[in-house]
Design a protein around this ligand. Structure first.
Ligand SMILES: Cc1cc2nc3c(=O)[nH]c(=O)nc-3n(C[C@H](O)[C@H](O)[C@H](O)COP(=O)(O)OP(=O)(O)OC[C@H]3O[C@@H](n4cnc5c(N)ncnc54)[C@H](O)[C@@H]3O)c2cc1C
Length: 468
């Protein structure tokens, strides 16, 4: 019997497996694809909060070697504005998703996760003691918990009959790589003209003679397939020409449905990533959201398995992450509306562009996209409570480097506090030089501030609340 089975080894499943392994949880990841699917290359942006989490686990350098840094300015609805004050040095990291997926899986395996490829989950049953997972081919496996990280069309969600309420797709977008017959100057001029109105439209270099084409589809397709004729039709509809496209390397289609599971936990089964929420790719947030779900869930589920989790800790996963997901659904829907070609939407977009000249507005929106604006509701307290703590210089080095093991951390400027009976899962760093406005704080393994104060007894009450 495994402690945890994870269905799906996308970025969410791989991240969760690594987080669980930090706490020595016996974890099995079941992935239906026999090998990494790199046949089509979706470019993704990793945003500030994800990069911070990667730095906390020592993964940032590997990602930096493989990605391209860009300013965070313009990440909301592709309005080309500079970064707001204080975020000038912040960046988003762009790279092909298969590279991110591979690095995260390698990390999980290095930490001891078992990943079985070519294993498709087809059935799930749960009882008081655990979950039985059935694979295509009939093999049955047992675990104490199952986490569905099996993407937008989650089988785990479907076989358990978990609702996925929301809005169906109203607009499909086609994305592919192909040769373009028309001369480059002609294409460039036309693209500039069309993009005045159609924001979701692009024809540009992809590598060699191949061009990346993004164009609205003329009609929504339920089965999500794409053909070269769909591209030609879409191009003719918005640009008046199909640019003589031919010889496609890969073709894909995505919609703008927004849906979210009502409960992230159903007994011994939990949902994370696209299995829990889908939304349009505006702002490039989906992968980031899933990775952050995994960081929120990992240490809580590990606490449950190890037996130290206080009553109700696992349920805080839904309580904290559902509202964050809901906010992303909301902001991506808003961005889709702002990219619409209707005269009314274009007028609202112009107004938005003016508003984004106000530093506060620009910052507010970018804090959403980068997820550094997330504040969990831990009850009343100072502004920093429930928020992420940026990296800091400490006497012993960088703060984030001290978080590699996924443990709690008391950062103490008073040099008086101890972790008492929690020292097997919470570290203490006493450092009067730490650049903090507060005497001491408790950081959860996912890097959120769970307590602020200077009193040992008060600290212990909060250690008990979070670490049993
Ligand atoms: C065009 C486009 C651009 C995007 N750009 C960005 C971006 O810039 N930034 C960003 O953050 N996000 C972006 N996204 C979203 C991002 O790709 C997804 O949110 C992300 O892949 C979700 O990760 P996941 O691990 O939850 O699910 P997935 O990546 O879907 O992984 C699920 C895994 O589960 C496996 N699986 C499925 N069913 C089963 C089963 N029954 N048994 C076993 N295994 C199974 C699948 O094979 C897959 O490997 C973009 C999406 C699109 C469409």
């Amino acid at each position: 019997m495994f402690d945890v089975i994870i269905a799906g080894c996308g970025p969410t499943g791989a991240t969760l497996a690594a987080e669980l392994r930090l706490h020595d949880v016996r974890v099995l990841v079941l992935e239906k694809e026999p090998e990494h699917v790199a046949s089509f290359v979706r470019l993704v942006s990793l945003h500030v909060r994800t990069l911070e989490l990667m730095a906390m686990r020592g993964l940032l350098d590997r990602l930096l070697e493989n990605g391209r840094q860009r300013t965070v300015g313009g990440a909301f609805v592709a309005v080309p504005k500079p970064a707001p004050r204080g975020m000038e040095d912040a960046y988003q990291l762009g790279m092909p998703q298969p590279v991110v997926d591979r690095l995260l899986e390698e990390h999980a395996v290095e930490l001891g996760a078992e990943v079985r490829r070519g294993c498709e989950v087809t059935g799930v049953e749960q009882d008081d003691e655990g979950v039985t997972v059935e694979l295509a081919g009939g093999e049955r496996l047992r675990a104490r918990y199952l986490v569905g990280c099996d993407g937008a069309r989650s089988t785990v969600r479907k076989v358990l009959g978990v609702g996925f309420p929301g809005e169906p797709s109203r607009n499909d977008t086609l994305m592919g790589a192909m040769e373009v017959g028309a001369p480059p100057e002609e294409v460039a001029a036309k693209v500039a003209e069309v993009r005045e109105t159609w924001k979701v439209f692009h024809v540009g270099a992809f590598g060699g003679t191949i061009q990346r084409v993004v164009v609205p589809a003329v009609a929504v397709s339920e089965d999500r397939t794409a053909t070269l004729d769909d591209f030609k039709e879409g191009l003719r509809a918005v640009a008046g020409t199909d640019f003589g496209v031919h010889s496609p390397r890969w073709l894909s289609r995505f919609g703008d449905a927004t849906r979210q599971v009502e409960q992230y936990r159903v007994g011994r089964v939990l949902f994370a990533g696209d299995a829990a929420h889908i939304h349009p790719p505006a702002g490039g947030q989906g992968l980031n959201l899933g990775v952050q779900d995994a960081f929120n869930l990992g240490w809580k589920l590990a606490g449950e398995i190890r037996g130290w989790a206080p009553e109700g800790l696992l349920d805080t996963y839904h309580a904290e992450r559902h509202p964050v997901g809901e906010d992303v659904l909301n902001n991506t829907r808003a961005q889709v509306e702002l990219m619409s070609t209707s005269a009314g939407a274009q007028a609202v977009r112009r107004l938005f562009e003016e508003l984004m000249d106000l530093d506060e507005v620009n910052r507010y929106l970018l804090e959403k996209i980068t997820a550094i604006g997330v504040r969990y509701d831990f009850g009343p307290g100072p502004e920093l409570l429930g928020r992420r703590l940026p990296d800091l210089d400490l006497k012993i080095g960088r703060l984030y480097d001290q978080l590699r093991r996924g443990r709690g951390l008391v950062l103490d400027r008073t040099e008086r506090l101890t972790a008492g009976g929690w020292s097997d899962r919470v570290d203490v760093i006493a450092d009067p030089t730490a650049a903090l406005d507060v005497p001491a704080l408790l950081l959860r393994p996912d890097g959120y501030v769970a307590w602020i104060g200077d009193d040992q007894q008060d600290l212990e009450e909060h250690l008990a609340r979070w670490f049993g």
